[in-house]
Design a binder for this molecule. Structure first.
Ligand code: SAM
Length: 282
């Protein structure tokens, strides 16, 4: 056990009952209504929780399975949680399974405060890439886009209109931890359009009727705002008309379109082509 671990001992609450009010509150985070009420969300896995703490996210509660007792890494995270003013719960497998709704849950779950960046605080600089998603519906798509934005070194994601929750369990799982590294903003279409008018670079929409091949565009000058359409309907006219260019990814075969997250990835790797190197030092 680490010296930090010693400090957490004695401040850990042991819980075996599903009726425990703290457990009930955490279980409720599976529902958006309660996530919104508590401005909180759940992240599973020791590595994710450590990354979140390293990136400065505020932890409310750390939950760990009895099997984690004596594990130096778990005890260190417990000590960091206590030092940050959070609560630490040691729970039975049964309780952890109920919280995560999984038969074989991770050993550790963290409950964190939600964090959004305000649109007015986003001031893109040369080289920056932002992705705006119109009414994204599917949690897996949103999580995958957040993970891809992280992987290519884009700046963040703007959720436009009524979208799926970036802090749902499914989305957080699909981000594989990138939810903690990628700033997320949300805006009504009107607020987004007002902000977009001040955008100091190329606003590139993607559209199945786009006239421009995405590979013909020079993304090297200035920041880029990539605008992606809703899974079922694509971009509405108002958003499509706000773009400087409407780009298309050429396709062969019978598929009408690409999956939203796949199309976003194709675009991001093209936009960031010059910035991405196998060996950044080389
Ligand atoms: N039925 C929808 C439509 O008519 O647009 C399909 C939407 S598609 C599943 C989701 C989004 O991915 C699109 O709105 C667009 O932003 C992007 N997308 C998918 N395939 C694309 C392609 N070949 N070229 C450009 N954008 C594409």
């Amino acid at each position: 056990m680490t010296s930090d671990g010693h400090r957490a001992v004695g401040q850990v609450k042991e819980v075996t009952s599903l009726a425990n009010p703290l457990v009930k509150d955490i279980k409720a985070l599976a529902l958006k209504k309660f996530r919104d009420q508590q401005h909180a969300f759940m992240a599973e896995g020791l590595k994710l929780v450590i990354d979140a703490l390293d990136l400065g996210w505020k932890i409310h509660t750390l939950v760990f399975a009895k099997a984690g007792r004596g594990n130096p890494a778990v005890e260190k995270v417990a000590a960091r949680t206590v030092a940050a003013g959070g609560t630490v719960l040691e729970v039975s497998e049964k309780v952890l399974s109920a919280i995560t709704r999984r038969d074989n849950p991770q050993m550790v779950v963290g409950v964190f405060a939600q964090q959004f960046v305000a649109l007015k605080d986003i001031h893109p600089r040369p080289g920056d890439v932002w992705v705006a998603l119109d009414r994204v519906r599917d949690p897996g798509n949103l999580g995958t886009v957040i993970r891809t934005v992280d992987a290519v070194g884009a700046r963040g994601v703007i959720l436009v209109g009524d979208t799926t929750d970036p802090f749902s369990v499914e989305t957080v799982r699909a981000t594989m931890g990138s939810v903690f590294a990628v700033p997320v903003a949300r805006a009504t279409p009107e607020a987004f359009l007002a902000w977009r008018r001040g955008f100091p670079g190329l606003v590139a929409g993607t559209h199945l009727k786009g006239a421009v091949d995405y590979r013909s565009v020079d993304f090297s000058k200035g920041p880029t705002l990539l605008l992606m359409g809703n899974e079922q309907q694509g971009l509405p006219d108002l958003l499509a008309e706000s773009c400087d260019k409407l780009l298309r990814i050429p396709q062969a075969g019978r598929a009408d379109s690409l999956n939203l997250a796949v199309a976003t990835a194709v675009m991001l790797f093209e936009i960031r082509r010059d910035a991405l190197k196998l060996d950044p030092e080389g």
